[in-house]
Design a protein around this ligand. Structure first.
Ligand code: FCB
Length: 449
């Protein structure tokens, strides 16, 4: 497959500060492959089940990144990004020699002038562990110590967890992601134990003298289905569960709206945990994809991005109409990124550390991906608008470098700036790769006198 000619983009993007961190993100389970060289994770066990992944695929080979990482770092260098966010696989680190892979990757990145940003947990829990157990948080901190010790001299930024909300909701409440439990509200201990793991990890990183540390939460504005009180109440609950529950323990040291009472342990234990969870951070990572329109429960199950939601939830997700949708069925609403960031700044004021958008992107097929270019262009402008309105935004990472294993969607969603052939794993930069490279080059150009 030939690389398409660079498509001339729309008008140049607004300028960001010279030290703004531009990057792309990936995660271990979605690209690495080489599963035989590491312990099993909950995702290996989950994908072995019949019918849980749309195309019946697994991440056994994925993008074969463990073998092709040099080529992938070459793609990053060619793109001209300042940073690369990858995740470290806990099961790989548990395996003999496993951490050596990240050592080599980090060296390769540094040699290419790309700053490593490491996420310590992106959903691939070692198969024998369980977030329902408090002990998992302590084990996580011990693993983080090992990684910080080995890579801490070169990693530019650390991210403790990726999207604990989605891991709780999809993996433990609804059962559509690993480990495949459908516990609904009984999944709340999973949220608390991950947050505790985050706080313990921050302490471990600080003790190891590690560099800047943060967390990545996924957030999006909750839009009201109507002003009807039943809809307003349902929307507030959705916002509580998806936004506030994971932001407020970290930023404010408290659970919102009495949620702390639902967490495992005595009140004094939860209070002591919150002191750990709210360790000050250097930055707050936000993944943004789309807003959600929410209303009162309907008597029929609703859907969220193709995922069926049980009727017993106290809210329902409604369609956002009049917008283009990506291949994931998510509406394209760039201005909701401005709304989200300004809303966070308003809600949390000075308690909100500088923000880094650690993921933003879209699924579309094809190499001439004009829709992806339009998506990224519009979202970067929306980010600039938030920054102009006073939000302290320090970086933006595109999800993602390579077409990869998109969890329960298997290989049916292509989020990459680089196309990956499913049989040969050959990489072909898409038009969006060329567009982003040009946009970054423009950003680096000295401003006109
Ligand atoms: C986020 C995940 C990431 C990827 C994108 C599309 O929720 O963090 O791994 O699946 O969505």
């Amino acid at each position: 497959m030939d690389t398409p000619a660079p498509t001339p983009g729309p008008a140049p993007l607004p300028r960001f500060p010279a030290d703004f961190l531009w990057g792309v993100s990936t995660s271990a389970h979605q690209i690495e492959g080489a599963v035989g060289e590491r312990e099993a994770s909950v995702w290996d066990a989950f994908t072995a089940r019949e019918g849980v992944v749309r195309d019946g695929s697994t991440a056994e080979v994925a993008c074969d990144h463990v073998r092709r990482y040099r080529e992938d770092v070459g793609l990053l260098a060619g793109l001209g990004v300042g940073a690369y966010r990858f995740s470290v696989s806990w099961p790989r680190v548990n395996s003999p020699g496993g951490i050596g892979f990240y050592d080599r990757l980090v060296d390769e990145l540094c040699a290419a002038g790309v700053r490593p940003v490491a996420t310590l947990f992106h959903w691939d829990l070692p198969a024998g562990l369980d977030w329902l157990e408090r002990d998992t948080a302590e084990r996580f901190a011990a693993y983080v110590e090992v990684v910080a010790e080995r890579l801490g001299d070169r990693v530019e930024r650390w991210i403790t967890l990726n999207e604990p909300a989605e891991h709780t909701l999809f993996g433990h409440a609804l059962g559509v992601h690993a480990p495949g439990r459908a516990l609904l509200f009984d999944a709340l201990p999973v949220a608390h134990h991950q947050l505790l793991a985050h706080g313990l990890a921050v302490r471990a990183l600080r003790a190891a003298g590690a560099a800047r540390t943060g967390i990545t939460n996924s957030h999006g504005p909750t839009w009201l289905a109507s002003d009807d009180p039943a809809d307003t109440e349902a929307a507030a609950f959705h916002d509580l569960l998806l936004n506030r529950l994971f932001a407020e323990p970290v930023l404010l040291g408290e659970y919102p709206d009495g949620m702390g009472e639902l967490m495992p342990g005595s009140a004094s234990q939860v209070a002591a945990d919150l002191a750990v969870i709210s360790e000050p951070l250097d930055f707050y990572g936000i993944n943004y994809y789309a807003p959600t329109r929410v209303g009162a429960p309907l008597n029929t199950p609703s859907e969220f991005g193709g995922i069926p939601l049980p009727a017993e939830l106290p809210f329902s997700v409604r369609e956002i109409t009049g917008r283009p949708v990506t291949d994931s069925g998510w509406p394209v609403v760039p201005e909701a990124l401005t709304e989200l960031l300004c809303g966070f700044r308003e809600r949390y004021g000075d308690r909100l550390p500088p923000v880094v958008v650690t993921e933003n992107g879209c699924a579309y097929d094809g190499l001439e991906d004009t829709e992806r270019i339009a998506y990224l262009d519009a979202h970067i402008r929306a980010l600039h608008a938030a920054s102009a309105a006073g939000v302290d935004v320090r970086g933006y990472f595109v999800w993602t470098l390579l077409d990869n294993f998109e969890w329960a969607e298997g290989y049916t969603r292509r989020f990459g700036l680089v196309h990956v052939d499913r049989t040969t794993r050959r990489r072909t930069p898409k038009a969006s790769y060329h567009w982003f490279r040009e946009a970054l080059r423009e950003q680096r150009r000295p401003p006109a006198p």
